[in-house]
Ligand binder design. Structure first.
Ligand code: NAD
Length: 253
């Protein structure tokens, strides 16, 4: 088991078909104790309870709005009190919106930046002191292929900008936190079959996207969960500041 004895915090992990919950399941199977954070506290609690069937560890599910610094600080203190230590942080929570450049309102811009980018900062700020104290930790942050290729898949330009911001923030965190034994990396998925598109991905859009994927299929939440597991585990002990594509070849550098 790759994560035996480790504790992990995963944001945005209550959604039934989401990448966060698939990651929580994989982490539990690898021996970790998991804290699931989500806007929807009841769903987070239910998701944590569902992990008991995978491993009997005391998993927990709590309400957290990653865009709210106080909410992040409060929830991380509560988790640290229960778990005693935090080894892994997965900054996974995110939202998207399919709009064109000229249609982005100031409120749209703020909402997308606040969750996708500020949320990474706020939750990391709350967790880092706990990792620093033990001179050890792994943080993985959710970016997107949208940041690398300028969108054009589903999310609007404000989403691409936020996810590109995550790449810069995570690399700067990797540089600053390396001397403390804390690694920080990013994942950049292509289109993954989850509910983030909220029914707005048409068959026509899907078929067009598939034409550009050498592996010939959309990604699954488990495809990303595997990379998060690699980054969380000691298999990646000498990896920091890296960006790992999970896109079926949609973008080959
Ligand atoms: P999802 O909608 O299933 O999961 C996102 C979760 O984040 C939900 O449970 C939601 O409640 C939660 N969330 C939203 N706002 C939050 C907030 N303010 N605080 C805490 N939790 C919040 O979608 P998903 O596809 O599993 O997305 C997970 C991450 O992957 C997102 O950051 C998304 O941008 C990114 N991503 C997804 C794809 C894709 O194609 N699905 C591709 C690249 C990147």
């Amino acid at each position: 088991m790759l994560l035996r004895g480790k504790t992990a915090v995963i944001s945005g992990a209550a959604s039934a078909r989401g990448i966060g919950l698939a990651t929580a399941r994989r982490f539990a199977a690898e021996g970790a104790r998991v804290a699931i954070l989500d806007l929807d506290g009841a769903a987070a609690e239910a998701a944590a309870k569902s992990l008991e069937a995978i491993s009997g560890e005391p998993h927990i599910g709590l309400t957290c709005d990653v865009a709210d610094q106080k909410s992040c600080a409060k929830v991380i203190e509560a988790i640290a009190a229960v778990f005693g230590q935090i080894d892994i942080l997965i900054n996974n929570a995110g939202i998207t919106q399919p709009v064109k450049l000229l249609d982005i309102t100031p409120a749209d811009w703020d909402r997308i930046q606040n969750v996708n980018l500020k949320g990474v900062l706020f939750l990391s700020q709350a967790v880092i002191p706990h990792m620093r104290r033990r001179k050890s930790g792994s943080i993985a942050c959710m970016s997107s292929v949208s940041a690398q290729r300028g969108g054009g898949i589903f999310g609007g330009p404000h989403y691409s900008a936020a996810k590109a911001g995550v790449l810069g923030l995570a690399k700067a965190m990797a540089r600053e936190l390396g001397p403390d034994g804390i690694r920080v990396n990013c994942v950049t998925p292509g289109l993954i079959g989850t509910d983030i598109t909220a029914g707005k991905l048409t068959d026509e859009m899907r078929a067009k996207i598939l034409e550009g994927i050498p592996l010939g299929r959309l990604g699954q939440a488990e495809d990303v969960a595997g990379i998060y597991t690699f980054l969380a585990s000691d298999l990646s002990a000498y990896v920091t500041g890296a960006v790992i594509d999970v896109n079926g070849g949609m973008l080959i550098h």
